[in-house]
Design a protein around this ligand. Structure first.
Ligand code: HEC
Length: 133
């Protein structure tokens, strides 16, 4: 760790890095910004279909509620949750990266499109639990 800190101090000291280094660093920062804004920008285009997600959410109601509010203290609320997070979790359950006895079984048959639609649907719900009609 100390080694890394001194490397940082060294490489950030003005005049110690060449122009090429600085240009490369600048390129990284710009590329990073483009990536971040790029992802945010294409979000709505790639987003799932909330109406289709609603239809697909029927098997989820018992536990996650009709309004996306968990029906018991051990069932998490999904209403209003970020769709990107929901997709990550559903894929993680499906891949076994997030082990869950219950959800592992539920997501086994979900396609990527199902996951996108479900995530879009739950994101569209009011986190306070109001029912959309
Ligand atoms: C039998 C009850 C049950 C059903 C049915 C069910 N879930 Fe779950 N769900 C759970 C439980 C319990 C957890 C917490 C899992 C854990 O981490 O152990 C969970 C967690 C989740 C999470 C992660 C939430 C977070 O904050 O990380 C998502 C997303 C999710 N469920 C979506 C769904 C979807 C979509 C369906 C329907 C296709 C569904 N669930 C059906 C019980 C259920």
């Amino acid at each position: 760790m100390a080694g890394r800190e001194s490397f940082l101090r060294l490489s950030l000291r003005p005049g110690t890095h060449s122009g090429a280094w600085r240009r490369a660093l600048h390129g990284c920062v710009v590329a990073g910004l483009v990536t971040v804004t790029g992802i945010a920008g294409i979000g709505p285009v790639l987003a799932g279909d909330p109406a289709a997600g609603k239809a697909k959410s029927r098997p989820c109601i018992t536990c996650h509620g009709k309004d996306g509010i968990g029906t018991s203290p051990i069932f998490p609320n999904l209403a209003g949750q970020k769709s990107m997070y929901l997709m990550q979790q559903l894929r993680a359950f499906r891949d076994g990266r997030r082990p869950s006895e219950v959800m592992g079984v539920i997501v086994r048959t979900l396609s990527d499109k199902d996951i996108e639609d479900l995530a879009a649907y739950y994101e569209s719900l009011d986190p306070a639990g109001a029912r959309p009609e």
